[in-house]
Ligand binder design. Sequence first.
Ligand SMILES: Cc1cc2nc3c(=O)[nH]c(=O)nc-3n(C[C@H](O)[C@H](O)[C@H](O)COP(=O)(O)OP(=O)(O)OC[C@H]3O[C@@H](n4cnc5c(N)ncnc54)[C@H](O)[C@@H]3O)c2cc1C
Length: 391
Amino acid sequence: MKVAVLGGGPSGAFAAERLATAGVRTVLIDEKLAWEKPCGGGLTYKAYHEYPFLIDNHTPKRIVRETVLAAPKAGSVTLHLRDPLVIYSRYDLNNMLLCRADKAGAQIEKTRITEMARTGTGWKLRTKTGAIDADFCVVATGARNPLRSAGTTLTQQDTMSALGYFVPGNRDHIDIQFLENLEGYIWVFPRSGHLSVGICGKGVPASELRKQLEHHMDQYSIPPEGSTFYSHLLPCLETQAWKHNRVAGDGWMAVGDAAGLVDPITGEGLYYAVRSADLAARTLLNEATDKTEQAYRWLLHRDFAADLELGSRLAQRVFHGHYMFGAVPARMIQFTRRSPTFRAVMQDLFSGTQNYIGLKGRLLRNLNGSIFEIMGSFGFGRLVPRKDSVA
Ligand SMILES: Cc1cc2nc3c(=O)[nH]c(=O)nc-3n(C[C@H](O)[C@H](O)[C@H](O)COP(=O)(O)OP(=O)(O)OC[C@H]3O[C@@H](n4cnc5c(N)ncnc54)[C@H](O)[C@@H]3O)c2cc1C
């Protein structure tokens, strides 16, 4: 069996590594190979805990232990991260993953795929430089997947714009700024040698997002001199789209952004790129039969896609909802500042260990504790229960 992996970003490179390691004849094709893909480059604890090589390596990276969250009418709060965020430049991360695939024995080709055509039970891939035959395709061509016949179909409602600047500079912490009426946020991520300053937002034209970001940079004295502009699409599937998401078909499976596998609230995609590549490789190694399609769909659903689907339902409420007469992002900042119980929830959300499916129950269980702590922080000391009785 010969597998062609179309695209060599994190999802493609990891799928190729997994397949080649298992002895499958694997060819990976990417038009750019390692490149500085527009991205924050942040990896959560969930990612490097599951795949330790994402932190245990000699590739340049920043390990950041502090994040400052801010929202209109709520000021800011500093969260000392129990599990730090690891931040890479995407050139470095992609390069590391491609080197691992190469070392595992995958054949790496630098060319653009222009067409994938079914030939009986196999595929003929036309590229800018010739043609490649394969028995099976793993589609990893990202959010701008040009291969219309495979991968998720992203409508305008299923994406958000994400853009920003790579700015020369250094700092020790991450900034996350929520904005009024925006389903998205601004981030400032420190990376090796520069900052990634960006904004993502759903349903807002990119030009408007850029204006808001530049206003923020101006306000916070982040100088645009010497910086490089970037922009890209971020899959952000609506609930309906999750239900009919085209993640696999006859002779192919899609992974990472090409399958729309991005958290609709946080925009986290790197973990899901690597994880889906792992699940696709496992499916192919165990189930190289006509059941591959269903097996992969089921594995994805059980592993994380059901949770992301729930995230798509919560997104509106997180960014536009109100709680106790205040906007949810503002309440999040205030609760984080005043309630250790709520702060623990935020820690777990940041590290990726709190999923959306368990979130509602946990918030409800801890609500009384949080409210007592908040009142206590305003000086209603007698109402605060003893620490050991807080849930
Ligand atoms: C601005 C921005 C910030 C982000 N920040 C974060 C973050 O901090 N943390 C996080 O977890 N996620 C983040 N994401 C999401 C993350 O970047 C993606 O989820 C991740 O890159 C998906 O990996 P992938 O391998 O599926 O796709 P990609 O990384 O997009 O890789 C696709 C590859 O396919 C190749 N390709 C495409 N078409 C062809 C073709 N026809 N022929 C040959 N090759 C082709 C491309 O060259 C590319 O290398 C961000 C996204 C954006 C846009």
